[in-house]
Design a binder for this molecule. Structure first.
Ligand SMILES: *Cc1c(COP(=O)(O)O)cnc(C)c1O
Length: 402
């Protein structure tokens, strides 16, 4: 019997009832703009920021329109100017170099390792050349955390400011520290495919009062910044308020209302993702020709997607695996496809910026297979998906000539 998986790889869970009720309440009173509050009312966005700051252990938090907007705001708030160079991952999603381009700066790509993390030797090499960038936008792409101890030591020694892209690591930890708290700024996405779902949305956190004040002004606070709670004191705003432009990108109370109950559930949701991830990973263990991704003991990840490598396979053979799996209902994405498809672009697809060839990274990128793990999958679904991938990879591999 040939098993076929019939679930959907893009179906998220429904919004929790409590979040729906909170959203209805906001619509009933009609005060959707974050600064439109009744006497004595904080507003959903302000409460979201206050709660998220406490949850992440950061003094300051700001909710904005998207994760990509949070990244660009972080770049502006740390002082990146047009034509500056900003280091970032060769393996990430398009909004990351896009945020760098949005501020008129230039991405300089750092390679990727077989652990799918930033190549720290390459980073050191790039930093040893003169005139190196002052900022690293570090993308924890697909939830893989690099050796953050070594990364922070390298960046601190070189005076490089780290902005963390935590779109796939909301709730993850490195050596016990929540992702987003080791760099100067942590940026999260609340877009439907991430760890909480408001359709669109982003949050940034920082411990630096000046970065926080600039980010709040940048997001479009007008002179209403004192209504924020997870914010520095008014004196800090006094110093920067005339020199910081309003680049409107606020979050609204409706989105914040549906996010607050979801954030309260985050830890439980992370456990559910990881059960599913481990089920698939266990099912793929020792599949001939397939390399699972090593993860550090210090990494507490969120398994909202899973990757594996078909390293040094020929393109036709990878295509064969993808189409055989697709024929059995399993949607795999391939970062090595000659043309970018859906979300799978990479450094050499972003042709608005010069990118020297990166042969060592190309070898890895060409083998990366990626799969979403929505929480609507049951553990049995995960086991079945792993059986299908295992059978199809093994069949193509054993036919030879990969
Ligand atoms: C989704 C995503 C972003 C951007 O988030 P949006 O909320 O969609 O703007 C940034 N980085 C990575 C790695 C992402 O996956």
């Amino acid at each position: 019997m040939t098993e076929i998986f019939t679930g959907s790889f893009t179906q998220q869970e429904p919004i929790p009832d409590e979040a729906i009720a909170a959203a209805v309440e906001v619509m009933q009173h009609g005060r959707l703009h974050r600064y439109n509050v009744a006497d004595g009312e904080a507003g959903e966005v302000t409460l979201l920021e206050e709660e998220f700051a406490a949850q992440i252990g950061a003094p300051y938090a700001l909710a904005v329109a998207s994760g990509g907007y949070a990244l660009a705001t972080a770049l502006r708030a740390v002082g990146v100017k047009p034509n500056d160079k900003v280091l970032t991952n060769a393996f990430t999603l398009a909004p990351v170099p896009g945020a760098i381009a949005a501020v008129g700066a230039q991405p300089i790509y750092v390679g990727v390792t077989e652990a799918l993390t930033l190549d720290l030797d390459d980073l050191e090499g790039q930093l040893s050349v003169t005139g190196y960038p002052r900022v690293l936008m570090l993308s924890h792409m697909r939830g893989h955390l690099c050796d953050m101890d070594r990364l922070m030591a390298i960046c601190d020694a070189a005076g490089v400011i780290v902005i963390e892209d935590c779109a796939h690591t909301m709730g993850a930890r490195w050596d016990g520290v929540l992702s987003g708290r080791l760099g100067a700024v942590g940026c999260y996405s609340c877009q439907t495919y991430k760890h909480v779902n408001s359709g669109e949305g982003g949050i940034l956190v920082t411990s630096d009062p000046e970065i926080a004040a600039r980010a709040i002004m940048l997001s479009g606070s007008y002179m209403l910044y004192s209504r924020h709670r997870a914010a520095p004191s008014p004196e800090v705003f006094e110093r920067i308020k005339y020199e910081t432009p309003n680049i409107s990108g606020r979050m609204d109370n409706l989105r914040a209302a549906i996010l607050r109950p979801q954030l309260r559930d985050l830890t439980a949701q992370v456990d559910r993702w990881n059960e599913r991830y481990r089920q698939i990973e266990a099912g793929l263990h020792d599949t001939p020709g397939l390399k699972l991704i090593d993860r550090s003991e210090k990494e507490y990840y969120v398994g909202s997607s899973i990757q594996f490598l078909l390293l040094d396979w020929r393109a036709e053979k990878i295509d064969a695996v993808l189409s055989r799996c697709a024929g059995r209902g399993v949607e795999l994405k391939w970062f090595g496809a000659p043309e970018p498809v859906a979300f799978t672009s990479r450094y050499d697809s972003w042709r608005y910026a010069d990118a020297p060839a990166m042969p060592a990274s190309d070898r890895i990128l060409q083998g990366i297979i990626d799969m979403r793990v929505p929480l609507t999958f049951s553990l049995e679904d995960c086991a079945q998906i792993a059986r299908i991938i295992r059978a199809e990879v093994a069949a193509v591999f054993q036919a030879g000539d990969t």
